[in-house]
Design a protein around this ligand. Structure first.
Ligand SMILES: *Cc1c(COP(=O)(O)O)cnc(C)c1O
Length: 399
């Protein structure tokens, strides 16, 4: 079915529902998007009810709605509800999955050049402490992930393929569906970091064929900070060790034995921020109501015009790689440090961020980049805002 673009009227309506869009030109959506008024209202209202009526009492009142957040997540990524755990960020989600794997000396993990810092540290840690070998697949000469190199790297020792779908400081994308086919063919565990992808690009865990997938709330999903979730395919849940256990993730079967919960909520603990959980659910419903396919179309449109305009400015180099590109646009400005570019734009009410080498170490080192300016667009950004950004950058270069 053809995806219908967001109309001008819809965009104006969506902007009207987000207070922040009238205050700032916000191109830091890969850092944290502007939350919608309804999400903020949901969280604040819940906290007020807790304060007025009691935490447990408010939870009881909202129990059905709290539970619905799991349904919303399941719909967003085409998972089953019992395959979803809600946690406070993507790093926790990833670490719960990764550290649950029973690595043995000699095991091999295959990863990509775009892997995120949290994940790389985790990989290097098991390499240092458990005699596991980490194999990195560099992007090919076009800047694309090489499926052939992945095929060639797989051996009987391959225990895990772990990749980041959309890197934090580059505008490219890793072909997670094709990688999934290879992972399935060789029966290798497959962990996807979809932190930047959720709410940005349509995600379908059945199509991806991943065993585990980690997401944060605050980025393209526009959920409150301090939210995230982990997907673990049902048959894989029992293969992972539990790092943390409490009376919620496990239950007694005798005074000397316990069993784990039967669903992915075993990766959660009892105590959590319920106001934020409701906010997360609201944010996901908001995205689903618009349609993630329509969001993706709009983001691609905006990112394309931003790249085109940047490419026309002498003194600006766009660094995004590969044949598939997303809403994260990265560039450097000749003669002006990325941090200074960010500070100057902030004076004009424009938010961008700086992508640091440490976040995507292999890619940045390979390309000799210490940092880049990152202007990440979301569907609520406009053509006018992009023109404004580029005008300010031109001014900066002549002054
Ligand atoms: C931001 C980011 C993370 C970490 O998310 P947190 O919610 O901050 O833990 C992981 N992976 C990628 C690709 C990211 O951009």
């Amino acid at each position: 079915m053809q995806t219908t673009p967001l109309t001008e009227q819809e965009i104006q309506q969506l902007r009207a529902e987000t207070k922040g869009t009238s205050n700032k030109i916000h191109f830091n959506n890969a850092g944290c998007s502007m939350a919608t008024d309804v999400v903020v209202g949901t969280v604040v209202n819940y906290l007020n009810e807790e304060a007025s009526f009691g935490g447990y009492e408010t939870e009881a009142k909202y129990s059905e709605q709290l539970d619905k957040t799991y349904d919303s997540i399941a719909r967003l990524i085409n998972a089953e509800k019992n395959e979803v755990a809600i946690v406070e960020n993507a790093s926790t989600a990833w670490a719960l999955a990764f550290n649950g794997i029973d690595f043995k000396p000699g095991d091999e993990i295959i990863t990509c050049e775009m892997e995120y810092v949290t994940n790389l540290i985790g990989l290097v840690h098991v390499q240092k402490t458990q005699g596991v070998k980490v194999i990195l697949i560099p992007n090919d000469e076009h800047g694309d992930f090489s499926l052939q190199a992945l095929e060639d790297a797989i051996s009987p020792q391959t225990k895990l393929i772990a990749v980041t779908h959309i890197p934090s400081s580059a505008g490219g994308m890793i072909p997670i569906v094709e990688i999934g086919k290879i992972a399935r063919k060789h029966n290798v565990l497959y962990l996807v970091d979809a932190c930047q992808s959720a709410g940005h690009v349509p995600l379908d865990v059945k199509e991806i064929g991943c065993d585990m997938l980690s997401v944060t709330g605050r980025k393209y999903l526009r959920a409150p900070r301090g939210t995230g979730f982990l997907f673990v395919r049902k048959p894989v849940q029992d293969k992972l060790k539990l790092i943390f256990m409490d009376g919620f993730s496990t239950e007694w079967i005798s005074e000397t034995d316990y069993k784990m919960r039967a669903d992915a909520r075993r990766f959660e603990m009892y105590e959590k921020n319920r106001a934020l959980m409701l906010g997360l659910g609201k944010a996901i419903d908001y995205a689903l109501n618009i349609g993630v396919d329509r969001i993706w179309l709009r983001i691609q449109y905006l990112a394309n015009i931003l790249r085109q305009q940047l490419n026309q400015i002498e003194g600006i180099t766009v660094h995004d790689f590969g044949s598939e590109q997303c809403g994260i646009v990265t560039f450097t400005v000749t003669g002006i440090e990325s941090g200074e570019v960010k500070a100057k734009l902030a004076q004009d009410n424009i938010n961008v961020s700086v992508g640091l080498a440490k976040s995507t170490l292999f890619y940045m080192n390979k390309n000799h980049l210490a940092n880049v300016v990152r202007a990440s667009v979301h569907y609520y950004n406009t053509d006018e805002e992009i023109t404004m950004l580029c005008t300010k950058l031109k001014d900066m270069l002549v002054n």
